[in-house]
Design a protein around this ligand. Structure first.
Ligand code: NAD
Length: 374
């Protein structure tokens, strides 16, 4: 007997109706994912199951008139995963990114998510994933704050005032009831101004805009970095307060002293080991390091100045009580989060379940029965 296959299509408004913007829930779900990661109940892409994903990186030049060429933040990426526990589902986030999108009235990257039956491969859901992705990206440093930030943190500094940092900041605010002030820094002052007005209006937290990166870094008890690569970002150890928590969701460089003096907690060590392995296999290891958030740290590990990934800690080990998070009020902690498809699958799965329960979305038929030549 042949089987009909249907799946649920969830547009961006459907995802909103299903609760994609529920910050606290997304942080809780992300915490569950960290726990599963540290237990090993997941698979991601690549031969060692820990790849961030596979991208199409465009060449600098091409003889083919239609072939895309390299440009700022221009790439395509597929991020597949299986996630176990109560989720027990496969999925893939697929996106295209291009800094030029903004001039066309589009976000920098356009994302969608598929969820699939882990046994048959049938699609369960095809969903708009821009909000999903930014929420789960934001929720990850939210979990970081839960375990790593000083509970008396009062000032949050935002470096790079785009949509990803809005999501990071929302989840940080949800974890720090004592937060009093936000300091906004962006290479475009108007983006920082917009961020500040939004924080005041939507979250009731006022603060200031600065055009001076040093002042911004010096002010923060919690510093969230999610700037794009339009201009390189450098900070110094002496700019960071004792006891501060730096949450890296986007690229940043610092002087060696910073990486050496701060306690570095990774989202998932195995992901970073895979980045390093991929760099070693690539034609230019240093250029590969330049393209990933952990690159400046991997370089110092190679030079023996920072402890190896093997000896380091993943956030999931802290969540599971196997390792310690913040141990005193003085230490500077860096949390490095590079994004993993398991978070998209987890949050997407919960929203899919909610949509089914509440009748949200559009059912689409893949086939009434799979076609076969007689
Ligand atoms: N870790 C993850 O899981 C994850 C997921 C998605 C995106 N990201 C990363 O987050 C970053 C931000 O993404 P987005 O979608 O908000 O991008 P965006 O381009 O929409 O916004 C980024 C902002 O950063 C600003 N900026 C660029 N260079 C800067 C600098 N040197 N100093 C200060 N501000 C600077 C830009 O002006 C812009 O306002 C990107 O690097 C992206 O790759 C990380």
């Amino acid at each position: 007997m042949k089987k009909k296959t249907e799946f649920l299509y969830l547009s961006e408004p459907d995802m909103m109706q299903a609760g994609v913007l529920d910050v606290k829930k997304c942080v809780d779900v992300s915490e569950e994912v960290f726990s599963l990661l540290a237990k090993g109940d997941y698979l991601m892409g690549g031969s060692n199951h820990n790849s961030h994903g596979m991208g199409i990186i465009f060449p600098k030049e091409t003889p083919f008139p239609n072939m895309p060429v390299a440009g700022p933040d221009r790439r395509f990426f597929a991020m597949p995963a299986y996630l176990g526990g109560r989720f027990d589902v496969c999925g893939n986030k697929w996106y295209g990114s291009n800094a030029e999108n903004k001039s066309k009235g589009l976000p920098r990257s356009v994302l969608t998510l598929n969820l699939n039956d882990k046994d048959t491969g049938e699609p369960l859901c095809f969903a708009s994933a821009n909000l999903l992705s930014s929420m789960r990206t934001g929720a990850v440093p939210g979990v970081g704050v839960r375990y790593l930030a000083r509970k008396d943190s009062e000032v949050c500094t935002v470096i790079g005032c785009g949509p990803i940092n809005m999501a990071c900041y929302k989840s940080i605010v949800s974890q720090l009831p004592g937060l009093k002030k936000v300091i906004c820094y962006d290479i475009f002052e108007e983006n920082a101004q917009k961020f500040l007005s939004w924080s005041k209006e939507k979250l009731g937290i006022d603060g200031a805009v600065t055009t001076d990166a040093e002042e911004a870094f010096r002010s923060g008890d919690v510093i969230t970095v999610a700037a794009s690569r339009l201009k390189p970002l450098h900070f110094k150890d002496e700019w960071i307060k004792k006891g501060a928590t730096v949450l890296l969701s986007g690229p940043a460089k610092a002087d060696d002293a910073y990486w050496i003096n701060s306690k570095i907690i990774y989202d998932h060590i195995q992901l970073h080991e895979t980045y390093v392995a991929e760099a070693v296999e690539s034609p230019d290891k240093q250029a590969y390091y330049d393209g990933v958030i952990g690159g400046p740290i991997y370089r110092l590990i190679d030079e023996g100045k920072v402890k190896s990934l093997k000896e380091s800690t993943s956030l999931g080990q802290i969540v599971n009580g196997e390792e310690k998070g913040r141990e005193n009020d003085e230490e500077k902690i860096t949390f490095v989060a590079c994004g993993m498809a398991v978070f998209d699958v987890a949050w997407g799965y919960d929203l899919y379940k909610t949509a089914l329960e509440k009748g949200i979305g559009t059912k689409l038929v893949l086939w009434d029965e799979p076609y076969e030549d007689a």
